[in-house]
Ligand binder design. Sequence first.
Ligand SMILES: [Zn+2]
Length: 259
Amino acid sequence: MSCQKTQELIHGYLDGELDLARSLEVEQHMHECEICARSYRSQSTLRSSLKNDLLYYTAPEQLKKRVRFSLRKEAKSAVSRRAFGWRWLFVGASLTFMLLVGVVVWRLAPRFIRPSGDELLAQEIVSDHVRSLQMPGHLTDVLSSDQHTVKPWFDGKVDFAPPVKDFGSQDFRLYGGRLEYLNNRTVTTLIYQRRLHYINLYIWPAEQTGSTGEVTIQRQGYNLIHWSGSGMNFWAISDLNSVELQEFARLVQEGQSGD
Ligand SMILES: [Zn+2]
């Protein structure tokens, strides 16, 4: 089974929607292919983190209060019109119905509020970064501080040439490279080191030409900076403070334009 086919089936595999033969084929492929295995792990991490906290909202206290208040108000005015009788029963029934609809909407609404593409990508990158540091041997596929070793290593593995530069003299030492499956495609990853901090720099071709400015965000204690330029998308992530990570991002951008 090809990588592309496997990637298409990973969602179904995670949802348990594949038949036995297909599941076995996917498992077999992931057993042999580290890129697809990684992608599977990152999607399953992403899924469990989405399930856990992000998409579940309990009704805010304010909303509960408002519903109770309007119920009471309705009840009072209904009572003042006629103490008992069919009419009161009807009002009560329709209020109960409205309340039920309200509850259903609360519970279902979050399912339709999807995080944006960038937000999902940021989460994918955070979990990939964490995993790359947690698992021994997963940080690099090629371990070298020499850009002339790392750059050719990507040849034939991806259909684009990422800019590979060592910034050792500015204290951002090139540490190695690896391939990842992110954002539904294979991306190149460069690893840099400053003191005890690692930076993962993900690079893949941009859909549109032209460059966008840097966007800096924080997720789960990590700093992320992303931008695009020279036809590529760049995402850098590290536990390094944002000032130093910005310094790094600027070096990458300047290194690129001078190339
Ligand atoms: Zn594969």
